[in-house]
Design a protein around this ligand. Structure first.
Ligand SMILES: *Cc1c(COP(=O)(O)O)cnc(C)c1O
Length: 411
């Protein structure tokens, strides 16, 4: 298979990622664990150093030069995120630690205020634990119920079953945009419209989609969209939650403390305007600032161009891996991001991962924080290869050769 129309120079991209140029167990590192976290380009690493060397100050209230500079840079990232998601206003962008915190925020604020006994929350079988457990906590507190959309044999949502689950009791539908365990891209625009038709809100977990797909929250018409910086080439510990302004305005705050207030007295406290109402305390300033460098890095190549390249990697690797006897790919949806989960007859995924590591190849094995999905498939876990924009066809060949050798040893 020949790769076509690659809009950027992969070797040049690789030069931007210092961590890739090292040996692991004496072999050149092949990093195929991007769905867990991506590596960081120099521009992001340097932004962190520059911040601490030249800018560090607490934001929003300082009267001095550094405080103003740090505040400006922090708010520039909010604008970069708004642009990345095509949200209407920066008031709709809340800094969080990542998807996990974002979903807990929605469940604790919107959820607590709007979900009552007997109400229903719809999730799907392929959700990440971070899009299950916060809703279970809410459901247990309120006496609400969780309903689950099943999958077909390709790992796609059964949309007729989703339609049947929707009712006036449905208050929240929360669905992963692209699955970290299967790669499946879900039709969230259509799903949001279906949720709205019964008066429910729609939450999207964009942890995987954010790095692989062009996004437009206005077009998708999601009520909330969450993503984590560290999967989009930004640092750990920073992420963003988009929420429609009218919903955010009506929601109670999440954490209480400094920054989220307008006036405080022991009798009565009023809250700050959006988005600060949801940002109590000193935030993760440095990582938020470097987040912008990551988003600008991605945008400089064009997300559609990156997606096109990653799709070719996905197709090529899928073809090569299907030639390995006894290997089965888990997740064969028509629309996929560049994630390949697989199992091999007679081999434990952990053993495959450990042996590939001895060849310098980093993959992930296990349940991928999707235990209900694994249970529904009747397996304990998979081995998973996931690509980023800096991965190459040569690396796929190296991994396939190592896999063939590994399987001979294991079987
Ligand atoms: C990684 C991931 C999460 C959790 O993200 P955190 O950054 O750990 O909060 C949630 N959903 C999906 C699909 C993921 O891939």
């Amino acid at each position: 298979m020949q790769f076509t129309d690659i809009a950027f120079d992969i070797e040049k991209v690789r030069q931007d990622f210092p961590i890739l140029h090292q040996k692991v167990h004496g072999k050149p590192l092949v990093y195929f664990d991007n769905a867990a976290t991506s590596q960081k380009p120099k521009t992001v690493i340097e932004a962190l150093t520059t911040y601490y060397e030249a800018t560090n100050a607490n934001i929003h209230r300082g009267a001095h030069y550094l405080a103003a500079k740090a505040t400006e840079e922090y708010e520039q990232t909010r604008e970069a995120i708004r642009d990345f998601l095509n949200a209407q206003s920066t008031q709709e962008i809340i800094f969080v630690r990542g998807v996990t915190e974002a979903i807990n925020l929605i469940a604790s604020t919107y959820g607590r205020a709007n979900v009552q006994a007997g109400d229903e929350i719809i999730l799907s079988t392929m959700e990440h634990h971070s899009n299950i457990v916060p809703w279970q906590l809410l459901a247990a507190e309120k006496g609400a119920h969780i309903r689950v959309i099943p999958l077909n044999e390709h790992g796609e949502l059964q949309m007729e079953e989703y339609q049947k689950l929707l009712s006036p009791r449905t208050k929240i539908v929360s669905i992963v945009h692209a699955s970290n365990a299967l790669g499946t891209i879900n039709p969230i625009k259509e799903m949001a419209a279906m949720a709205h038709a019964v008066g429910a809100i729609f939450v999207a977990d964009g942890a995987q989609a954010s790095v692989h797909l062009p996004l437009d929250v206005q077009d998708l018409d999601c009520d909330f969209y969450a993503f984590s910086g560290h999967k989009v080439y930004a640092p750990t510990g920073i992420g963003a939650l988009y929420g429609k302004k009218a919903l955010l305005e009506a929601m109670p705050p999440y954490h209480g403390g400094g920054e989220m207030i307008k006036d405080v007295s022991f009798e009565h406290t009023t809250y700050n305007e959006l988005p600060f109402k949801f940002e109590a305390g000193t935030p993760n300033i440095a990582d938020a600032i470097a987040f912008r460098n990551a988003l600008e890095y991605v945008s400089s190549f064009g997300k559609a161009n990156i997606a096109h390249y990653e799709h070719q990697l996905l197709q090529y690797a899928t073809e090569q891996m299907l030639q390995i006897e006894g290997l089965r790919i888990v997740g064969t949806a028509a629309q996929k991001v560049s994630v390949i989960s697989f199992v091999v007859d007679g081999c434990h995924p952990n053993d495959i991962g450990t042996l590939l590591d001895t060849d310098g190849i980093a993959i992930r094995t296990g349940h991928h924080c999707t235990q209900p999905l694994m249970d529904s498939l009747g397996i304990s876990g998979t081995a998973r290869i996931s690509f980023a924009m800096y991965n190459t066809k040569d690396e796929v060949d190296i991994a396939v050769r190592s896999l063939q050798k590994t399987l001979k040893m294991l079987r």
